[in-house]
Design a protein around this ligand. Structure first.
Ligand SMILES: Nc1ncnc2c1ncn2[C@@H]1O[C@H](COP(=O)(O)OP(=O)(O)O)[C@@H](O)[C@H]1O
Ligand SMILES: [Mg+2]
Length: 340
């Protein structure tokens, strides 16, 4: 237990809308170990961002954490259930940024339009590290240069609208690292940038992780990126985990038809035609969830009498799959993969 930094247990987050209840996160469980990277992957609308916000107890109305635990072992001897803290209270505000930092999916969320980059970074650093303004400014400059931004002193006086998408993303990483977090939550940190910048930012995050020894919760809709970043992976579909495994197992011993579909949608460089297959069908309306297995309307292996309420089942070691037909279809999934 000593190497676990954060443990999410049976987390449920609902949005209470006039049209009905959206069960955005529906009983999710995972652990993040100190210094390791856990990837969370799934299509848009699967509950990744809501999970991330719930960890920091930042779900806003009409959404609410309805049950579950978010146990944070910053001090292994006295874990704290972040879900039980007052969302506006002092303790959670110390933990946000100070111990658990987040790079938000929307770069605009965490960069203020009316303050300079310098003001924001210096204020955050002063608040959490209890250093002088001068020291905070020096740290801000160091970090901005560490994330590969030129002329960091001048950047301190800039506003967010003066920066390109790639620069904003780097500033956000610098800000997230500014207080030496134990856990960095990166919610689709490279979605808004081009592929070259993406590669640079991923390299940078890996280097900084080595240097700072932090754990990363890396959220993405692209399974290809997970391979480069994560040790372990949680695949989410409609607010639930459908597969949990280490990266190699997930790629080479895939258990769930949804994971397989995600794998097929990765663009390939080894074929002349880059085959970018979208997954058949759409993510269903969250107010109108399918009965039984939630993936069944899109699943190539659906058998009505078999595919009823699958539970997350341990199929080996640390490999978990939510599919009642996993033992029958796994050999087929692997065969198709090898035949290509
Ligand atoms: N403010 C909100 N009001 C209502 N529903 C929301 C809100 N935020 C998220 N949701 C719902 O929660 C579900 C999960 O959303 P989200 O976590 O943002 O997905 P992801 O990050 O995986 O793309 C979606 O069905 C979305 O419609
Ligand atoms: Mg999201």
């Amino acid at each position: 237990m000593s190497d676990v930094l954060l443990e999410v247990k049976d987390l449920h987050v609902n949005f209470f809308l006039t049209e009905g209840i959206v069960r955005a996160v529906n009983g999710v469980n995972f652990r993040i170990e100190r210094g390791k990277t856990l990837g969370v992957v799934g299509e848009s609308g699967c509950g990744k961002s809501v999970t991330a916000r719930a960890i920091l107890n930042m779900v806003r109305p009409p959404g609410r954490i309805v049950s579950g635990e978010v146990n944070y072992y910053g001090d292994p001897k006295s874990p704290i259930d972040l879900a039980r803290l007052d969302p506006g209270g002092k303790r959670i505000r110390q933990i946000r940024w100070g111990e658990i930092a987040m790079i938000f999916q929307e770069p605009m969320t965490s960069l203020s339009p009316v303050h300079t980059i310098g003001n924001q970074m210096i204020e955050t650093i002063c608040l959490h590290l209890h250093v002088s303004k001068r020291e905070a400014a020096q740290r801000a400059v160091d970090l901005l240069s560490r994330v590969g931004l030129a002329q960091p002193e001048r950047l301190l006086n800039r506003y967010r609208h003066e920066l390109s998408g790639g620069m904003r993303q780097r500033v956000m990483i610098a800000m997230a690292l500014s207080c030496n977090p134990k856990l960095l939550i990166a919610d689709e940190p490279t979605t808004a940038v081009d592929v070259t910048t993406q590669a640079q930012i991923l390299n940078l995050m890996r280097d900084l992780q080595q240097e700072f020894g932090m754990a990363i919760l890396f959220i993405t809709h692209a399974l290809g990126v997970i391979a480069e970043m994560a040790d372990d992976v949680v695949v989410m579909y409609l607010g639930e985990e459908v597969e949990v495994a280490d990266v190699d197992t997930l790629y080479y011993n895939t258990g769930h038809p949804y994971t397989q579909a995600l794998l097929r949608s990765i663009p390939r460089h080894d074929t002349k035609l880059s085959r970018l297959e979208a997954i058949e069908g759409n993510v269903p309306d969250p107010l109108n969830m399918p009965e039984g297995c939630k993936f069944h309307p899109r699943c190539l292996h659906y058998v009505p009498e078999r595919c009823i309420d699958p539970a997350l089942e341990k199929i080996s070691g640390q490999h978990w799959v939510r599919c009642t037909r996993v033992h029958e279809i796994k050999p087929q999934l692997l065969q198709t993969e090898h035949a290509e």
